[in-house]
Design a protein around this ligand. Structure first.
Ligand SMILES: Nc1nc2c(ncn2[C@@H]2O[C@H](COP(=O)(O)OP(=O)(O)OP(=O)(O)O)[C@@H](O)[C@H]2O)c(=O)[nH]1
Ligand SMILES: [Mg+2]
Length: 438
């Protein structure tokens, strides 16, 4: 399969100033020369040439030849930059298809890069994240994964564990002679080190995942406190219905906003109170669910009313108490950290925004790694389980073949992260999410 030459437009579909057509595979250079007005292509030089099909001129292009293995895919590649007309893009692609190339599948250039050892699986996935990144925080996550990030560290530990597992298995061949090839102290130490690393990554996932998809922030409080007004003020938009009738909001309303490079998903909810109205009660149920799923809770209190302790489980949440309507009354004394503001005049809004950002910026500015890939997270949970089983096995002196089974299990799941272990299913699952041309 990999002997096929593939072609695709790598720039977004549609008209642009310039479009890029990529060609990868053994025929790349030969096919390119059939259509270009130059007689040769120098490696990694930009050639200004006419692209023709037979006698008919298509466009003036810049063509670059990247000989294998020094290309993105690791194969011979030619990239054509042409004018961004749909007709020109298609004419170039069709000419190359007629010459023997076929259309690339989604992510196929990157898949080939992985198969040719240009990047590991975790890095290939980071390429997709990098393309999707729209905020500095998402960009930072993708770049750290692309550079190898935690994958290098895991790979190093995997290698050490692999050596120990092999020694342990060797003992089975000498089971009559009661020998120990695998140093048990070293094994325990390696298991503990790996477990520490894995636990750190697993623990970083909730923040990493939130940064990737937006940090969920639930806006809750009593009816009429001004939750919907606060959402609108934050978004600077008339997004949610506001009225002086308590119980205006029924369903949850979600909108994203990026503050200082971090994306927050604000969820406006129905005011919390007991109600005999079936629909309103359903809304209140959703409010509680929104709180359960949120990382941050903005608890909105109406400064013109007496303070009431929220009837909510906020134990593992980061809570900011918001004392709203301070244009009508002085900020009531509410639990800290709190912000007094007016959704109506906008006073205090900047303070609230910076308090939100402050909750995360300190954890972002340090150089700690944040796991953001769900697949890696699931694999690491399996690794942790296997490591625990192996440690317990060692502690109670289980026969080495049983311990070895747990070690192999841990090795297997570690290997799926960087791609030492991969199946066609796994690969097609990962790469089908890419766009065509990448
Ligand atoms: N003066 C003043 N009025 C406000 C402020 N914030 C909200 N209001 C008013 O308070 C009333 C209730 O506002 P909403 O935003 O609908 O309140 P809510 O918390 O979303 O209410 P429910 O959806 O019913 O739970 C409306 O009449 C708003 O105009 C404020 O900061 N100052
Ligand atoms: Mg509301």
């Amino acid at each position: 399969m990999r002997s096929e030459t593939i072609v695709a437009v790598s720039t977004p579909r549609g008209v642009g100033g310039v479009a890029v057509v990529r060609l990868s595979g053994p025929l790349a250079k030969e096919l390119a020369l059939q259509h270009l007005s130059v007689s040769t292509l120098l490696p990694r030089h930009s050639h200004y040439a006419r692209f023709s099909v037979g006698n008919s001129f298509v466009d003036e292009v810049l063509a670059v030849w990247f000989p294998s293995p020094h290309s993105y895919s690791g194969e011979d590649m030619v990239e054509f930059s042409c004018h961004g007309s749909l007709f020109v893009q298609q004419a170039i692609v069709h000419a190359l298809l007629d010459g023997g190339a076929r259309l690339a599948e989604p992510g196929e250039f990157t898949l080939r890069a992985f198969l040719n050892g240009k990047l590991n699986l975790s890095q290939a996935e980071a390429v997709a994240d990098l393309i999707d990144s729209a905020t500095p925080a998402q960009h930072r996550l993708a770049v750290s994964q692309l550079r190898g990030g935690y994958a290098h560290k895991l790979e190093e530990l995997r290698q050490r564990l692999l050596d120990l597992a092999s020694l342990l298995e060797l003992e089975l061949d000498f089971s009559q002679e009661d020998v120990e090839f695998a140093d048990r102290t070293l094994l325990r130490q390696t298991l503990a080190e790996l477990d520490g690393e894995v636990s750190l990554l697993v623990g970083s996932f909730s923040l990493g995942n939130a940064l990737k998809h937006g940090i969920p922030v639930a806006i809750v409080g009593r009816p009429n406190a001004g939750k919907s007004s606060l959402l609108n003020a934050l978004l600077n938009d008339d997004r949610a219905l506001v009225s002086d009738i308590p119980g205006t909001t029924r369903d949850t309303i979600e909108e994203s906003l990026t503050l200082s490079g971090i994306t927050f998903r604000f969820i406006d909810t129905a005011g919390l109170r007991h109600s005999d109205d079936v629909v309103e009660s359903m809304g209140v149920e959703r409010s509680r669910k929104a709180v359960a799923e949120a990382d941050v809770v903005l608890y909105v209190h109406d400064a013109t009313t007496p303070w009431q302790t929220p009837d909510l489980d906020l134990s593992d949440k980061q809570v900011i108490y918001v004392c709203n309507k301070i244009d009508l009354a002085p900020a009531a004394s509410v639990p800290s950290p709190s912000v007094g503001l007016s959704s109506k005049t906008g006073i205090g809004l900047d303070k609230l925004k910076s308090s939100l950002v402050d909750l995360f910026s300190s954890r972002l500015s340090d150089h700690s790694v944040h796991l953001s890939n769900e697949r890696h997270y699931q694999a690491l949970l399996q690794v942790r389980k296997a490591l625990e089983a192996a440690s317990q096995g060692l502690a109670v002196d289980l026969p080495s073949d049983l311990v070895a089974v747990d070690l192999r299990d841990a090795l297997y799941h570690l290997g799926t992260i960087t791609g030492q272990v991969s199946s066609d299913d796994l690969l097609s699952n990962i790469f089908s999410r890419f766009c065509i041309g990448k």
